[in-house]
Write a protein that binds this ligand. Structure first.
Ligand SMILES: [Fe+2]
Ligand SMILES: [Fe+2]
Length: 296
């Protein structure tokens, strides 16, 4: 793999950021009425789609579940953005702030602060009164991770969080007939995330090339564990209670749902392809990716 010049990449990303960045505060119509008949994510991506429970649900209830699942994904995305922002700040601490590479790092933190506010407000608009978040254990593990993770384990996990969410948001954008407000949120996020993904991919490629065999295995292990926790956290089971379903039954049916499994694999497909090429998915820990349903 030929390594690209990171100053060149960062300069391009800085120019692109100057040309096209959003302020969700003014860009989104926060007071818009929401059409209660429109899904917030494509219908077949709702976790219960096609299950016996789904067959018993009214159209309104299905739509409501899609709104709550959108809110959950946004809220958990926000949680990971907090981890990412701290990781980027720690990364910048030891490096030259005059380089384009670190100036883009700081620009990305700026993007993420706006995204997090946007996700928080969007979640409240679609699911008023909700407080979706990762499970307690994941939240506590995140505390250590955001304080300690560095190198390819950090950037590769960031890619998993960003690219899985990105895949879903891109599909939402191109699906006709979805809730316009939800699509507007996706549009802003997808545009800015494309730059974040380019930045993190460059970092992973360069950092992996510097690792010893043993270090690489350690980073691979950290990456797969983090990725499994993050992807599992996207849907807070409280979404089921919020739309009047039995939580345990809904969790059981969603887990067994072949559509949901396929969605998870599909969301991870692009990023795991990159990580395999970059050497981050290989060796003893690669079986864990398959076990988690992230790699076919
Ligand atoms: Fe973001
Ligand atoms: Fe991002």
């Amino acid at each position: 793999m030929t390594l690209v010049d990171r100053e060149q990449v960062a300069s391009r990303l800085l120019r692109s950021s100057a040309k096209l960045s959003y302020d969700p505060e003014t860009e989104l119509d926060w007071d818009a009425d929401l059409d209660p008949t429109l899904f917030a994510i494509p219908e077949q991506r709702v976790s219960l789609y096609g299950t016996p429970l789904w067959e018993r649900m009214s159209h309104e209830q299905r739509v409501q579940l899609s709104w709550h699942e959108f809110a959950s994904t946004a809220s958990v995305g926000l949680w990971f953005e907090l981890i990412l922002m701290q990781g980027l700040l720690r990364y910048a601490y030891d490096q030259d702030p005059h380089s384009a590479h670190i100036q883009y790092c700081l620009t990305e933190i700026g993007d993420e602060t706006r995204h997090s506010v946007m996700f928080a407000r969007a979640a409240q608009k679609l699911a008023p009164g909700s407080r979706y978040r990762p499970p307690r254990l994941t939240h506590e593990l995140g505390r250590f991770y955001k304080t300690l993770a560095a190198g390819p384990a950090l950037f590769a996990s960031v890619l998993v969080a960003e690219e899985t969410l990105d895949r879903l948001q891109r599909e939402s954008l191109s699906t006709p007939g979805l809730l316009p407000f939800a699509q507007d949120v996706c549009r802003i996020h997808v545009t800015e995330e494309a730059r974040h993904v380019a930045y993190a991919r460059t970092a992973v490629e360069r950092q992996v090339a510097r690792l010893s065999r043993r270090q690489l295995e350690w980073h691979r292990a950290q990456c797969v564990v983090t990725s499994v926790f993050v992807v599992a956290a996207f849907r807070d089971p409280a979404v089921y209670t919020a739309v009047g379903l039995d939580k345990d039954e809904a969790v059981r049916q969603a887990r067994a749902n072949p559509y949901t499994r396929e969605t998870r694999r599909w969301m991870a497909e692009r990023v795991t392809g990159f990580l395999a090429d970059a050497g981050m998915i290989s060796g003893p820990t690669s079986a864990l990716w398959r076990r988690a349903g992230l790699v076919a």
